[in-house]
Design a protein around this ligand. Structure first.
Ligand code: GKR
Ligand code: MG
Length: 427
């Protein structure tokens, strides 16, 4: 069918698309490439139809993502929000050179067309729900669970941002004992039942000690560790063997499919990834090499919510476990993640989320609250969230004031440690 013919029906067509860059205050959280900037960047998407329905979406705020969104926004005018194939077609036509989206220190580079399509897809799914009067989880096949479980996402951190005059409420977390303290607070405040350590910053012996102390403090809680490829194969095997029986999975211990396969053959726990399997095309090699046993889905680059449902089905067919990845995000993304997770039968692990690390949100009613480490998808229609306009304006203003328009954790680290060198793997 010619895509042109889809543009002439009678349904509620898209009339306008608005993209607003936002800067969200962040904490000095550490990873193997440096430290988080004082703000993280997000793009807010508002898609308005004839008749005034508004669909919301949220995605990365990196310079290339923002440009891609802005350059394809006009191509969406006239689109039927139910026609997601047409959406993809229009985005691909609007961005013929494609390419990757990420800033130089991001953990993986995603296709610009995937990221832009995914962002608009969520806004279209929100619209579909509003048109039909149903929550997004219903559009994904309906809830298979009422509550979605998230894990506590632990980060080593500095006491304060390099230019702040006082520590944030979490203080400095640079030792195994301090990390146990951070974990206790996150668990007390949110009820999380599983924990994930962002590793690759401290030397391996200290990160092993951290995991053992977490095991002692939270007996029975599923534990994971993720150094974002910060270890050599040798180090990863040693850590994996030492933590045998302690971890439910080890996430991206090393860089690249072959290195992952080598580690996978030498350790007993599954290896998970959001770095080597980031497109459907990567699944075949991962399976052939047995490099990965758990894939972390992420609707921001797997083609949106429907694309992520397809990934789930593929993982089921291929015998792979499924978990959910997170980057720094706000409540629109969290609502989308929760609808998706509630409607994904084979989600075999608790989802990741950076959400506890933000102090302010742009959704009406303020931050969503975890109960027993879980969330229920907001009642629809659509995603079930509305914008707090004052908060949006504030974070947009912050974007304009800070002048930060890309993520660079390594350059930020040099504000604390001037001779810091980015080395991946480091240990
Ligand atoms: O925010 O430092 C961070 C994380 O390392 C993030 O960039 C990763 O994308 O959380 C992510 C992961 O699971 O790899
Ligand atoms: Mg990861």
């Amino acid at each position: 069918m010619a895509f042109g013919s889809l543009r002439e029906g009678k349904s509620k067509r898209i009339q306008s698309v608005k993209i607003t860059p936002l800067a969200v205050p962040d904490m000095p959280l550490l990873n193997c490439k440096g430290v988080h900037q004082k703000v993280f960047l997000r793009s807010l998407i508002e898609v308005t139809t004839e008749g005034g329905l508004v669909g919301l979406g949220e995605t990365y705020g990196s310079r290339r993502t923002l440009l891609g969104l802005q350059r394809s926004a006009d191509a969406l005018v006239g689109l039927d929000p139910l026609h997601l194939h047409d959406l993809r077609h229009r985005v691909v036509e609007a961005l013929p050179e494609g390419g990757g989206v990420n800033a130089p220190t991001a953990v993986a580079d995603h296709q610009l067309t995937d990221v832009v399509t995914s962002a608009f897809e969520v806004a279209c799914m929100d619209l579909q729900g509003k048109i039909l009067g149903r929550p997004v989880s219903d559009l994904l096949g309906g809830k298979v669970r009422e509550r979605v479980a998230f894990s506590a996402y632990l980060f080593f951190k500095f006491a304060k941002q390099y230019d702040a005059d006082r520590p944030d409420r979490w203080g400095e977390v640079l030792t195994p004992d301090a990390m146990v303290g951070e974990a206790r607070t996150l668990v007390e405040e949110n009820g999380f039942k599983s924990l994930k350590l962002k590793a690759g910053h401290l030397e391996p012996a200290l990160e092993i000690e951290t995991m053992l102390k977490l095991r002692e403090t939270f007996p029975g809680a599923p534990l994971r560790i993720d150094p974002n490829g910060g270890w050599t194969v040798e180090t990863a095997i040693r850590i994996g063997q030492t933590l045998d029986g302690v971890l439910e999975y080890m996430e991206d211990p090393v860089l690249g499919m072959d290195a992952m396969a080598e580690v996978a053959s030498a350790v007993s726990m599954p290896l998970a990834t959001n770095m080597v399997v980031i497109e459907f095309e990567h699944l075949e090699e991962a399976i052939k090499k047995n490099a990965v046993q758990v894939v972390l889905s992420d609707h921001h680059y797997w083609g949106g919510l429907r694309g992520s449902s397809h990934l789930a089905r593929a993982c089921q067919a291929l015998g792979l476990g499924l978990s959910m990845h997170s980057n720094s995000h706000l409540g629109i993304s969290l609502a989308a993640m929760t609808h998706l997770a509630a409607a994904t039968p084979n989600l075999t692990y608790d989802c990741d989320t950076h959400y506890p690390w933000i102090e302010t949100d742009i959704i009406e009613g303020g931050k969503m609250q975890f109960q027993d480490g879980t969330l229920t998808p907001p009642a629809g229609p659509g995603l079930g969230v509305a914008l707090d306009r004052t908060a949006v304006d504030r974070l947009h203003q912050l974007y304009l004031e800070t002048g930060i328009d890309d993520r660079d954790d390594t350059a930020t680290m040099r504000r604390y440690i001037p001779d810091y060198e980015r080395r991946v793997p480091r240990w």
